[in-house]
Design a protein around this ligand. Structure first.
Ligand code: SF4
Length: 501
């Protein structure tokens, strides 16, 4: 197999490379040893791998990260996430401990090392991608750290140079009672080791009295060291991502890697966030142009906002039309009805203008016109929350995007009140979710408030399984679930069917 060093552009290019581009033009090969299965990814890899490995390893890691992100959207606890992720990690990113007799430790760790750095390149380009990457990589690191054996964890912490001092056995004996008061530490206990750091580095542990304080130093027991290590991991990764972002333009000249990296970052979507019209239709519902106004009561806030703006202005700008058209297509509105809907909604313009400027785009979204692949695939898929939250933020005069993210708090509160959400505790919860950037949580909070009676009934009567009530990560799922819940009473088991989402 042809081996190509992904760090090294071809020879002609290397000769021409200017000295400022040295970082990518002239890597020095360094043999890498992996003493631990945990990795802080401080040193970029330099050995040769094939382009196929480059892509496959990155895709495998991406599957793991996307699933981790889905676990966090669903608010799974650490323990639930760990058990959910176990088989996936074993399949795509297995890392065995030093105590294992496997002969594949080096290969496993090498794949982990390379795939991290490849995705670091793919996700360094925008602040959003950097933040998401850092978040999910931190989740992955935390899972692995928690899973690590006591001795290996201890050895790893010593190696990463956390800029802290090990507390000696003499000191442990000297402060035995004070340390015991913190954790129930007993002399000679193998399970407890202590480090000391300047107390300013662990203010949360000091505040909650989870450390022993002496002479400006905080004595941190091993069980609390994990949170320090995780925080340090995130801090170093964030810094490294900033540096990578600055170096990225120099990669543009490598036409083998740029398309792969581009493709990887575009596919960083939660696996269940993609939506096809076959999973979205609601049997028995009248999905027609004339019924959109009444159906809009079941729309999530992003689509309600588009609908209200459309009714107010008799117009929406390009991205608003695209987001809304694909959503309507996703709820089951057929092309013909969709054209009727847009034509009547744009009532201030002539037929001629509509046909010339808008009709084509609607047909294109449905795959009725456009390139072969679009036609074959039946047009474009409705946007997931992830896509709406992270791509094309709305500018002045635009109504697309996600109000939980893109509106100011005042405007968001006014919009929520405008659609009937006036409960103080819900509005406060939304405010907190927005401040901590948990936009999905805000949306799900509102959903649960609006449908609380129906959800209670569905649970009591076992009409919906817990999988069907999991956190919503797609506007079309919001619609479908809302419609079905509100029509539970009318279903009589026949005309409204609850299918697996
Ligand atoms: Fe729409 Fe998703 Fe935002 Fe809810 S979280 S408003 S469904 S984009």
């Amino acid at each position: 197999m042809l081996r190509q060093d992904f760090n090294r552009p071809d020879i002609k290019r290397r000769a021409l490379a200017d000295h400022r581009k040295k970082q990518f033009a002239d890597p020095t090969y360094q043999a890498t040893e992996y003493h631990h299965r945990l990795n802080f990814y401080a040193t970029p890899p330099t050995a040769d791998i094939t382009l196929e490995q480059f892509e496959q390893w990155a895709i495998d890691r991406l599957k793991v990260l996307a699933e981790l992100e889905a676990c966090s959207f669903r608010n799974k606890s650490l323990a639930e996430t760990a058990s959910h992720m176990k088989p996936l990690l074993e399949k795509y990113l297995l890392l065995q401990p030093n105590t294992s007799s496997s002969s594949k430790l080096f290969e496993e760790r090498q794949k982990d090392h390379y795939s991290h750095f490849i995705l670091r390149l793919a996700f360094a380009s925008t602040e959003d991608l950097r933040r998401r990457f850092s978040r999910v990589e931190t989740m992955l690191f935390r899972l692995r750290l928690n899973d690590e054996g006591y001795r290996e964890k201890d050895a790893f912490i010593k190696d990463i140079n956390l800029d802290c001092e090990q507390v000696t056995e003499d000191e442990c004996n000297k402060y035995r009672d004070e340390l015991a008061a913190i954790t129930g530490f007993k002399k000679g206990s193998e399970e407890e080791t202590w480090i000391k750091v300047d107390w300013e580095r662990v203010p949360d542990l000091v505040e909650s009295r989870r450390v022993f304080m002496r002479a400006g130093k905080a004595y941190v027991p091993s069980k609390e060291q994990s949170s320090m290590v995780v925080a340090e991991f995130t801090k170093r990764l964030d810094r490294a991502l900033e540096l990578t972002a600055r170096a990225l333009p120099r990669l543009d000249e490598d036409d083998r890697l740029t398309p792969i990296l581009d493709h990887l970052s575009k596919n960083f979507i939660t696996p269940d966030a993609s939506y096809t019209s076959s999973t979205s239709s609601v049997a028995g519902a009248d999905i027609s142009a004339r019924n959109i106004d009444s159906l809009s009561a079941h729309f999530p806030l992003c689509m309600q906002n588009l609908h209200r703006s459309l009714r107010r202005d008799a117009h929406l700008k390009h991205f608003g039309r695209l987001q809304y058209t694909l959503f309507l297509k996703g709820i089951g509105l057929n092309l013909e009805e969709c054209l009727i809907f847009w034509r009547s909604a744009f009532h201030k313009i002539t037929d001629d203008t509509f046909n010339k400027e808008y009709r084509y785009n609607v047909r294109h979204s449905y795959g009725d016109v456009g390139g072969d692949s679009n036609r074959r695939g039946g047009g474009y898929s409705p946007f997931s929350c992830q896509k709406i939250l992270t791509e094309h933020p709305p500018g002045p005069g635009e109504a697309h995007g996600c109000p939980y993210r893109h509106f100011s708090l005042e405007n968001l509160t006014a919009l929520l009140q405008g659609v009937g959400i006036t409960d103080r505790s819900v509005l406060n919860g939304v405010k907190e979710d927005k401040e901590s950037q948990k936009f999905h949580m805000a949306c799900n909070r509102v959903f649960e408030h609006v449908h609380k009676n129906e959800i209670k009934k569905a649970k009591e009567e076992s009409i919906m399984t817990s999988a069907q009530l999991e956190t919503i990560v797609h506007p079309n799922e919001y619609f479908k679930r809302s419609y079905l819940l509100k029509n539970l009473g009318k279903a009589n088991g026949d005309d409204i069917k609850m299918e697996d989402s």
